[in-house]
Design a protein around this ligand. Structure first.
Ligand SMILES: *Cc1c(COP(=O)(O)O)cnc(C)c1O
Length: 359
């Protein structure tokens, strides 16, 4: 740290991104990326991209992309906010909507970025303890009269609330923001985008990173009432008006045009997930039922840290969170069938060695 860091940030714990080992030597199942190639139209759009256009600033309103997204979701373009990945939305939303004397409420076990953003903006947090089996009891979030952030499906558990349960939460906190982070919704959960016209406090965030295999392209968006979107835009224009680069904007348009392709891939992930869950159970894992493109699992006798380390030695990367009460678990992204076969194979090796050494 330099001598110049502000006092407020001198002991600041930033978010720790998953390891990015992308030289091809690892089977990478640690950051929930898609194993599938881009849709043909996206590859074509990149090939056709006119490099000379990079001289010019992108359209700060993102009109074309907003129109396509609006048509896909049955909302108006004014209901859509575009961002450089959806982490930006959480940042802008806390900046725009959470006063210093208010709280941001979220589940104790959730995406750790919420904690970081709240700390960055110096607002109070309230972490609600989990219900049975790391689930979220929607009743714990009703009538709080506070700002609420919930990932649905939740990370890293993969458990999802229904649209009706989220409706109750939004309806019972009418004077505060309810931000639903739908980063993983396309793998089997219910979206609450259709509710944004009923609840002007409901903001839904989405990303192309997981569903559309566009983590490297950095494109997220939020859907909400026109007024919420216009407030987010005020903040965005005051930080980085050109936050989506031209190439990503163009490719994102092609992604929306290819939605059928991505929907099929999400179905393939769900099918592979079911197969992997069954296999893991037969190998002695407790498997939390997931609606996301990852599974959160714990072995009966070998702890999460050991499995993580031993898999890494065998060039398979999974995610391990070294903190109570989830340190026994590993989170495994659902990749292609071939990747998952390799994972299961290496996992069997790890378990047989570790169980043998216990005896
Ligand atoms: C991956 C993820 C995001 C955001 O990803 P971006 O790449 O910034 O769009 C947001 N929320 C959750 C819960 C995630 O897992």
């Amino acid at each position: 740290m330099s001598r110049f860091m502000k006092k407020a940030f001198q002991d600041f714990d930033s978010y720790t991104p998953g390891e990015q080992k992308n030289d091809g030597s690892y089977c990478k199942l640690n950051t929930n990326e898609s194993p599938f190639p881009p849709a043909p139209a996206v590859v074509q759009a990149l090939a056709d991209f006119d490099a000379d256009m990079l001289r010019l600033y992108p359209d700060p309103t993102g009109r074309v992309l907003k129109e396509k997204l609006a048509a896909m979701h049955g909302v108006a373009p004014e209901n859509i906010f575009l961002s450089n990945g959806s982490d930006d939305i959480i940042n802008f939303a806390v900046l725009a909507f959470v006063d210093q004397d208010e709280e941001v409420v979220f589940p104790e076990i959730s995406y750790s970025f919420y904690d970081v953003i709240a700390a960055l903006h110096g607002v109070n947090v309230r972490r609600i303890p989990m219900a049975e089996g790391f689930s979220i009891d929607p009743e714990d979030y009703c009538d709080l009269n506070q700002n609420i952030v919930i990932a649905n499906p939740n990370a890293p558990t993969g458990l999802a609330l229904s649209s009706d349960q989220i409706r109750r939460i939004a309806a019972s906190n009418p004077d505060h923001l309810v931000l639903i982070d739908e980063a993983y919704v396309d793998f089997g959960a219910e979206t609450v985008i259709p509710l944004i016209n009923e609840y002007d406090n409901l903001l839904v965030s989405r990303t192309f990173s997981k569903y559309a295999g566009f983590a490297g392209g950095r494109l997220g968006y939020a859907v909400g009432s026109k007024d919420l979107i216009s407030d987010l835009t005020t903040i965005q224009y005051s930080t980085n008006p050109y936050n989506i680069n031209r190439i990503s904007m163009r490719l994102a348009e092609a992604i929306v045009d290819s939605d059928d392709y991505y929907r099929v891939n999400a179905g393939r992930i769900a099918a592979t997930r079911a197969r992997v869950c069954e296999k893991l159970q037969s190998m002695g894992f407790e498997v939390i039922p997931s609606k996301a493109n990852f599974v959160f699992v714990r072995h009966a006798s070998v702890d999460g840290g050991t499995i993580y380390e031993e898999l890494k030695k065998r060039f398979v990367l999974v995610r391990h969170f070294d903190k109570a009460p989830i340190s026994d678990y590993i989170r495994v992204s659902i990749g292609s069938d071939r990747q998952m076969d390799l994972f299961i194979n290496k996992l069997q090796e790890v378990l047989s060695i570790n169980q043998a050494s216990e005896e």
